[in-house]
Design a protein around this ligand. Structure first.
Ligand code: SAM
Ligand code: SF4
Length: 335
């Protein structure tokens, strides 16, 4: 006698697994590929952006389908997400999507003086803020069109606005800002923010500083650092950062080059034009925008997402020769 056929799995129900069996619970949504800063390591001069951005309603639709598949956390990024005029509507719609438990934003802080409180009220509970230097001169070198004073005011506004979690992302570049690491740790801790140092990835200009070297530099500068116990780290960070303890608070390190974090990857990315990318270091795999505009049902979208995740590689290939030149700029994928 033949064994009874297994019941067909509902394509719109969790889990969302990738080709390696990793469960996807975190969606990074790039809501624009434009930016008011144009940092040297992120935004090549030739990058003009793609024209066709999704609307707030289209982002909501995509997030709803992902949430039904088991995505619980959504991060809005870019480009600079806060330059979208409809940012509050996007934040509200996504925060209200059934199944979404946490909405976070990564921002350069230049519009936070005005938006920190309204975004909190719209349901955003976590902010990652990018600041690489406390020197206006160095800031001008890195972020060609940025407004240093507005950035600092924005960070202070965020610190007062009652977010559950605030982090300061610092991309470390040899000979540019590595010597500022101790001062940036103090600056962040004084405001109740967790600093995180990121190894420069090969999307633009600059030379990376390996995390181990930076930790040694911080310790030599008089900052005691002890690695966090594994259970502390896992309870509070489901991302690629590894945390250390210092007297003033936690310090994070994100080390895509020297400590590959791909094994525990739980994230999927949608670019601002609606292209699903299963990996930061990979190519587009599903044109969700076209599917939506073509009238695709939720089940058809879910099947396209599952197919794309079925091709997710086991890890990025940043360190392999020749790969950097074939990647999209960071601005186009959303960090
Ligand atoms: N504009 C926002 C911001 O700057 O926070 C969000 C987008 S930005 C692409 C997201 C994060 O990627 C930022 O923390 C930025 O510092 C980081 N990033 C950009 N280019 C990078 C690179 N080449 N290597 C490492 N991190 C990078
Ligand atoms: Fe803009 Fe952020 Fe990239 Fe800087 S890191 S150019 S602020 S998107």
């Amino acid at each position: 006698m033949n064994a009874p056929a297994a019941p067909a799995r509902d394509p719109l129900a969790p889990p969302l697994l990738d080709a390696q069996g990793r469960r996807m619970t975190y969606l990074r949504l790039s809501i624009t590929d434009r930016c008011n800063f144009r940092c040297t390591y992120c935004s090549p001069a030739s990058w003009g952006g793609k024209k066709d951005l999704l609307s707030a309603a289209e982002f909501e639709r995509i997030v709803s389908v992902f949430a039904s598949l088991g995505i619980q956390r959504v991060r809005l990024t870019g480009g600079e997400p806060l330059i979208r005029p409809d940012i509050l509507e996007i934040a509200q719609r996504i925060s209200a999507a059934p199944g979404v438990q946490r909405v976070a934003i990564t921002t350069n802080a230049s519009h936070l003086e005005r938006l920190a409180v309204p975004l909190r009220e719209a349901g955003v509970s976590q902010l990652n803020i990018s600041l690489d230097t406390l020197s206006e001169e160095t800031f001008r070198r890195i972020s060609k069109q940025g407004d240093f004073a507005a950035t600092l005011r924005g960070i202070d506004a965020a610190a007062r606005a009652g977010y559950d979690s605030l982090k300061l992302n610092v991309v470390v570049m040899r000979g540019v800002n590595e010597h500022e690491a101790p001062a940036l740790v103090r600056y962040a801790h004084e405001r109740g923010i967790t600093p995180r140092f990121i190894e420069l990835m090969p999307f633009g200009q600059g030379t990376p500083v390996p995390t181990a070297e930076l930790i040694a530099q911080l310790q030599a500068a008089g900052l005691p650092l002890a690695p966090e116990a594994a259970e502390d780290a896992s309870s509070t960070s489901s991302g690629p950062a590894r945390y250390w303890r210092s007297p003033g608070g936690r310090v994070g390190f994100i080390s895509p080059l020297t400590q590959n974090f791909c094994g525990g990857c739980n994230r999927v990315r949608v670019a601002s034009n609606g292209d699903l990318r299963s990996c930061l270091g990979g190519r587009a795999q599903a044109p969700l925008h076209q599917l939506i505009r073509g009238g695709a049902s939720d089940v058809e979208l879910a099947l396209a997402i599952r197919r794309a995740l079925g091709e997710k590689p086991d890890g990025h290939r940043f360190t392999e020769a020749g790969n950097a030149s074939t990647l999209l700029p960071m601005m186009g994928i959303g960090g």
